[in-house]
Design a protein around this ligand. Structure first.
Ligand code: NAD
Ligand code: MG
Length: 393
């Protein structure tokens, strides 16, 4: 019975989608489970994973009764639960995806640690709602080929790409003149180069419009998040870097835009609340009432757009360059950035040097145009090691 229907549109048959959430204890993971709880019966949560926050994972097990959970971080003692199958270690993520019956995966692990499970899910020819942008930044060339070969689908969760996806529905891809990705500009949008040298961890973690995990919050402050999103868009929409623009938009209401060849610009607007793009990805192509905040149309709504200052925020140019050259460059940029962000959070690297070290490591790297998965992982390791050396010098 389950195999004889269109598994991508179970909603049309009133059958709950079997939902897997990897990284369920993070910001996106928690928002996803809120969407699932609000929808009451459109989804059945069957698989969860968490790295270290076992207390929250236990709460999620008691609330959603998944069949399987994976604990990826090192934890002792191990659980003794009989109501759920518990697997341990990052290597078990693929095993869990292969052995659990699920329809859609919300890929919400942070960093390149999310790539392998995204690949495994697509190898199964299934649908991935992708929050883990690093999967495309690092492995774009491989991930998109696997999806093509197996019929697996990637639906973006990132709010900008969700907005582009929705706006693209008004035309054909060859009619697109450019994508305009919006960026809040983060907490330092108006800081001078001098001020950027003295930024503290606490200041960088205080994002003006979005409430997110630590790593992406720092990426938003350096604008490296937008660099990663340029690369993500390049792979997701198969659009050249030359057609991708960025505009700063401090209100975070216009989530991105598509300009068509006739000059028409289409956009998607809503308050900054990830529950909307998450629900859109899970229910695509259907829409339902959502728990996300709505725009108050009875109040004045001011929307501003500024071109980014390339000198104060060089990350944007790095993102465009990496999107243009492809190959192993994304893996190197991502590895350098993940390592640099961790060092900044540990007070070992000043804020303004996060982008400097990324640029320097990219310049040193021996570029491979069509890497194998092994070459990508090797590039990831090399990028991390070289970045650590650079920082310790
Ligand atoms: P987070 O730090 O809040 O959560 C990360 C999750 O991944 C947690 O469940 C954690 O247990 C798990 N995890 C951490 N390290 C891991 C490892 N080594 N192996 C396996 N699991 C691990 O992060 P987040 O803000 O929810 O972001 C998740 C992903 O979604 C990132 O790729 C981010 O760029 C993307 N994203 C986030 C937002 C947002 O609003 N938070 C918006 C767009 C895209
Ligand atoms: Mg985004």
């Amino acid at each position: 019975m389950r195999n004889s229907i269109d598994r991508n549109n179970l909603t049309a048959h009133n059958i709950p989608k079997r939902l897997a959430v990897l990284g369920s204890t993070g910001s996106i993971g928690r928002n996803t489970l809120e969407v699932a709880a609000y929808s009451e019966n459109r989804y059945k949560v069957v698989l969860l994973s968490a790295h270290k926050n076992l207390a929250l994972l236990e709460e999620q097990i008691n609330r959603f009764h998944p069949e399987t959970v994976v604990v990826t971080g090192n934890t002792e003692p191990r659980w003794n639960r009989t109501d759920v199958r518990v697997l341990y270690g990052s290597d078990s993520l693929c095993q869990a995806l292969e052995q659990t019956d699920w329809d859609i995966l919300l890929s919400a692990i942070v960093g390149s640690a999310g790539l392998q499970s995204t690949i495994c899910a697509l190898e199964l020819g299934k649908t991935v709602a992708l929050a883990n942008k690093e999967s495309l930044v690092v492995g774009g060339s491989i991930v998109t080929k696997i999806a093509e070969r197996t019929g697996g689908r990637i639906i973006p969760v990132d709010s900008e790409h969700s907005a582009v996806w929705q706006s693209m529905m008004s035309g054909e891809r060859h009619e697109v003149e450019r994508l305009i990705l919006t960026a809040s500009g983060g907490p330092f949008r108006c800081f001078s180069k001098e001020q950027l040298k003295n930024v503290t961890v606490e200041q960088a973690l205080a994002h003006p419009t979005w409430n997110m995990g630590q790593k992406i919050t720092i990426d938003s402050a350096t604008l490296m998040n937008k660099a990663l999103e340029i690369i993500e868009a390049r792979w997701l929409f198969d659009i050249p870097a030359a057609k991708i623009n960025v505009m700063l938009h401090p209100q975070s209401v216009v989530h991105s835009m598509v300009e068509f060849v006739d000059g028409a610009v289409l956009a998607q607007l809503s308050p900054p609340d990830m529950r909307l793009p998450i629900q859109w990805a899970l229910d695509y192509p259907n829409r339902f009432p959502s728990p996300a905040r709505k725009i108050h149309w009875e109040e004045m709504l001011r929307l501003e757009f500024f071109p980014p200052d390339a000198e104060r925020f060089p990350a944007i140019s790095l993102g465009l360059e990496v999107a243009r050259i492809g190959g192993t460059a994304g893996a190197i940029l991502n590895a350098a950035n993940e390592t640099a962000v961790e060092a900044f959070l540990n007070h070992q690297l000043p804020f303004h040097q996060i982008t400097t070290v990324c640029q320097s490591i990219l310049e040193q790297h021996n570029y491979e145009h069509t890497p194998t998965p092994e070459q990508l992982w090797a590039a990831d390791r090399w990028g991390r090691e070289e970045t650590k050396k650079w920082i310790s010098r």
